[in-house]
Design a protein around this ligand. Structure first.
Ligand code: FES
Ligand code: FE2
Length: 450
C-alpha cells in the first residue's frame, strides 16, 4: 500500500483583519482536514485567481464551435474575459476581451463570426487575432501613430488542442497540455474522443450561489453522495429503464465497489461499480436511441481505438484540475466558472460523437437536459447541497468548524495492472478530493513557477 508523502510546508495565508491566519498545511499533507474559509475568504479567492487560474491549463472552447476563420466564442480564464477565435490559417487564438484604450469589453456576444472586433466605446479595432488594426481618427487626434505591437489585445501565450478541446494557460513555461494530464490521460482521452471526432451540440449557463470548488471536488471524488442525495431521482428514473433494478438495494452502488483515480496534478475520476442493467440506463439519457448508439457504434469505436480495458471503464464523473468537470454518463462537460468566493456559473456543454445521426444527438441533448441540465433531476440535488453549505458558511461560528475529508486514507496501485496510476479500491472515497486540494494548496502556497 502506498501513501503519499507530505508536500512542502504551506505558507500561512492572511485572512480578514482580526481573524486567525489560514493554515493550508493540512491540505498539503493529505490529513483530510479542510478549513471552510477556503470557500468564503476574499483574500484566498484573489490568490486563487492569481496562482491557480493564472497558471493552470483551462478549457476555452471546442473546435466544433469555431468551424470557419472568423468564428469566435467568448469565455473566461478565472474572471478574465477571453475571446477565442479561429484564424485565417486555421489555428485558434485566445486573447483578453479588453480594449487597450480604456478597457472596454471588445465584444459582448457569447459567440459569432467577424472580420474584426471594433470597440463600441471609441472605436479602436482589432483583427481576428487580437492585433490592433486601426485607431479611429488617429491622424487627427494622435501626434504619432499608435504603436500596434504595444497596444494590441493581450494574447494568451499558450493555446493547445486536445481531440478538438482547446485549452489555454497564462504560464509560458507550463508543460504541454497532454503532459499536464500525466497518467490521467489513460482515463480522459477516450472520454473526449468520438466517432468522427467530438462535437459540442449545446451550451447552457446558469448561476449557482456557491464556491466553484464544491463542483470540482464533487466531480473528482464524491461517489459517496450518490446513493443518498440522488436516491429519489434514481427511484423515479428506475421505472423508466427497461430491465433496471427494482429495489434500491439493487440500484445503489455497493460502498466497497468501483475505484477512484487521483494524481499529483489534481485530476480525479471515479469508476463506477453499478449493476450491468443500471449501467445501461446510466448511459444516461434514459433515452433508448441514445443508449443504442453509445453502447453500439461508440463503444465499438472505443474498443477498436483504445482497446477493451480503456473502453470498458465506466466513469460516471471526473474533474480535470482545476475547473473542468466531465460527466460521461450524461455526455456532459462542465466548467465551474468562479464569480467571487461565494458564486459560480456552471457552463454546461453537451457533447456527442460528430458522426452520430441527428436523432441520436437530439436524444442525447434531451437526456442531458432531464438529468443534468439546470433543472435536471440530478442537478437540482447537487445544487441544493452546495448552496445550502454556502449559506451555512454565512455563520461566523460555522465557518470556523473544520470539515472532515478523511475517508479511505489508504490508496494503492491496482495489483492486476488494469488501472494505471494511483487508485483507491472503491469509488466512494475521498482520495481524489484530497489530491485536488493538495494540488490547489500547493499552487496557492508557491509564487512563480508551480
Ligand atoms: S475603450 Fe475601446 S476604444 Fe476606447
Ligand atoms: Fe450528484
Amino acid at each position: 500500500m502506498q501513501r503519499d508523502c507530505p508536500g512542502p510546508t504551506a505558507r500561512v495565508l492572511p485572512t480578514r483583519p482580526g481573524g486567525p491566519p489560514l493554515d493550508l498545511s493540512p491540505l498539503l499533507e493529505e490529513r483530510g482536514r479542510v478549513d471552510p474559509r477556503i470557500y468564503v475568504d476574499p483574500e484566498v479567492y484573489e490568490l486563487e485567481q492569481e496562482r491557480v487560474f493564472g497558471r493552470s491549463w483551462l478549457f476555452l472552447a471546442h473546435e466544433s464551435q469555431l468551424k470557419r476563420p472568423g468564428d469566435f466564442i467568448t469565455t473566461y480564464m478565472g474572471e478574465d474575459p477571453i475571446i477565442v477565435s479561429r484564424q485565417d490559417d486555421g489555428s485558434v487564438a485566445a486573447f483578453l476581451n479588453q480594449c487597450r484604450h480604456r478597457g472596454m469589453r471588445l465584444t459582448q456576444e457569447d459567440a459569432g463570426h467577424t472580420r474584426v472586433f471594433t470597440c463600441t466605446y471609441h472605436g479602436w479595432t482589432y483583427d481576428r487575432g487580437g492585433r490592433l488594426s486601426s485607431v479611429r481618427d488617429e491622424r487627427e487626434l494622435y501626434r504619432c501613430p499608435v504603436d500596434r505591437d504595444r497596444w494590441s489585445a493581450v494574447r494568451v501565450p499558450r493555446v493547445e488542442s486536445f481531440h478538438g478541446f482547446v485549452f489555454g494557460t497564462w504560464d509560458e513555461h507550463a508543460p504541454s497540455f497532454r503532459d499536464s494530464l500525466g497518467d490521467a490521460a489513460w482515463y480522459f482521452e477516450p472520454l473526449l474522443d468520438g466517432v468522427g471526432g467530438t462535437e459540442v451540440i449545446g451550451v447552457t449557463k446558469w448561476t449557482v450561489h456557491c464556491n466553484w470548488k464544491f463542483g470540482a471536488e464533487q466531480f473528482a471524488s464524491d461517489g459517496y453522495h450518490f446513493g443518498m442525495s440522488h436516491l429519489s431521482a434514481l427511484k423515479a428514473l428506475m421505472s423508466q429503464v427497461p430491465g433496471a433494478p427494482r429495489t434500491m438495494q439493487e440500484a445503489t452502488p455497493p460502498p466497497d465497489g468501483g475505484r477512484q483515480f487521483k494524481n499529483a496534478q489534481g485530476h480525479g475520476a471515479m469508476m463506477a461499480a453499478l449493476p450491468p442493467n443500471l449501467m445501461r440506463g446510466a448511459r444516461l439519457a434514459f433515452e433508448p436511441k441514445a443508449n443504442e448508439w453509445l453502447l453500439g457504434p461508440r463503444q465499438d469505436f472505443l474498443v477498436r481505438k483504445y482497446g477493451e480495458a480503456r473502453a470498458s471503464v465506466f466513469i460516471p464523473a471526473s474533474n480535470l484540475f482545476p475547473n473542468m468537470g466531465i460527466l460521461p454518463a450524461a455526455n456532459a462537460l462542465r466548467v465551474w466558472q468562479p464569480k467571487g468566493p461565494e458564486q459560480m456559473e456552471v457552463w454546461s456543454y453537451v457533447i456527442a460523437d460528430a458522426d452520430a445521426p441527428a436523432d441520436v444527438k437530439q436524444a442525447i441533448r434531451l437526456g442531458n437536459q432531464r438529468t443534468f441540465g439546470s433543472t435536471g433531476i440530478f442537478e437540482q440535488d447537487d445544487t441544493h447541497n452546495w448552496t445550502e453549505i454556502q449559506r451555512v458558511l454565512k455563520g461566523r461560528r460555522a465557518r470556523r468548524e473544520i470539515f472532515n475529508m478523511e475517508m479511505d486514507s489508504g490508496t494503492q496501485q491496482d495489483a492486476e495492472g488494469r488501472f494505471p496510476g494511483t487508485t483507491a479500491n472503491r469509488s466512494s472515497s475521498e482520495v481524489a478530493a484530497r489530491a485536488f486540494y493538495r494540488r490547489w494548496a500547493s499552487l496557492l502556497s508557491t509564487e512563480g513557477a508551480p
